[in-house]
Design a protein around this ligand. Structure first.
Ligand code: SF4
Ligand code: SF4
Ligand code: F3S
Length: 267
């Protein structure tokens, strides 16, 4: 059962690939077991909850009733708005209806991933389902965006732990992204930056300069336009991040990156 120190979490899945949940399942600081068993009470999450069907929907209704105004709502996925929102339905309700029901009754909303924050790949042109991010629909509620595709679990966990510790969401930039994770550009703390400054570039994937670990700007790296913590935090203790393993940043924490950051590859 939830206690004040262990707030209930309702996790809504809309138009998404579950990559954000998958990344979080591999988190280690804290790991997912400690998060959902000790720190929060994960009352509803379609991927990891034991319940299914009517039982699952009953768990959601029960949490909303018992913990009105106290639970954290996490949203993973974009929300289709075209044609009355018919392109995503769960338990007979559209994603739009579910979000409109759940979000205003929560203490705060965390939009995890680029899909929930900005619409993600669903919203890429021509955006056939009219997908949008959470803030487009619940602008007047407390919503923090933790974008990325997927975001580093540390950014999400840091947001949750900040909320648990200080009882409020962390300070954010103008796009609602926590400054602790999205306050600096990739390019400003990239390990290849010295190569950029000295004009040493990989000209094509697989060339000698690529193998030497030179800057990836000429192959399409979007690090100079992207705010995220990847070079500093890396992913899940394996020490890897896109640029570190030789692939340019594609700007996955920026709004509309599927359109605005393309082409991802220049050579
Ligand atoms: Fe999947 Fe990326 Fe959307 Fe997360 S942000 S649900 S990883 S497509
Ligand atoms: Fe900047 Fe990308 Fe080059 Fe790193 S690899 S220095 S982020 S352009
Ligand atoms: Fe995304 Fe760029 Fe980091 S693609 S994971 S913001 S290096």
């Amino acid at each position: 059962a939830a206690s004040p120190a262990r707030p209930p979490v309702v996790w809504l899945h809309f138009q998404e690939c579950t990559g954000c949940s998958e990344a979080l399942l591999r988190a280690s600081h804290p790991d997912i077991a400690r998060l959902i068993l000790d720190l929060v009470s994960l009352d509803y999450h379609e991927t990891v909850m034991a319940a299914a069907g009517h039982q699952a929907e009953a768990a959601l209704a029960d949490t909303l009733k018992r913990h009105e105004g106290r639970f954290i709502c996490v949203v993973e996925g974009g929300i289709p708005t075209k044609d009355g929102g018919v392109y995503c339905r769960i338990g007979g309700r559209t994603a739009m209806e579910i979000l409109a029901d759940v979000a205003p009754r929560s203490a705060a909303v965390i939009a995890i991933g680029n899909c929930a924050a900005f619409g993600g790949i669903q919203a890429a042109r021509p955006n056939p389902t009219g997908a949008v991010g959470v803030r487009d629909l619940v602008a007047d509620h407390s919503v923090v965006n933790v974008p990325g595709c997927p975001p580093n679990p540390v950014s999400f966990l840091g947001t949750v732990l900040h909320y648990l510790t200080f009882k409020r969401l962390p300070p954010t930039d103008h796009l609602g992204r926590p400054l602790f994770a999205y306050g600096r550009k990739i390019h400003d703390h990239c390990e290849r930056r010295a190569h950029f400054d000295e004009g040493r570039f990989a000209e094509a994937f697989g060339d000698a300069n690529h193998r030497r670990g030179y800057c990836l700007y000429k192959t399409g790296c979007k690090g100079p336009e992207t705010y995220n913590s990847c070079p500093a935090v890396r992913f899940n203790d394996v020490g890897a991040w896109p640029v570190g393993v030789g692939h340019g940043c594609i700007g996955c924490s920026e709004p509309g990156f599927w359109d605005t950051m393309t082409p991802f590859y220049e050579r």
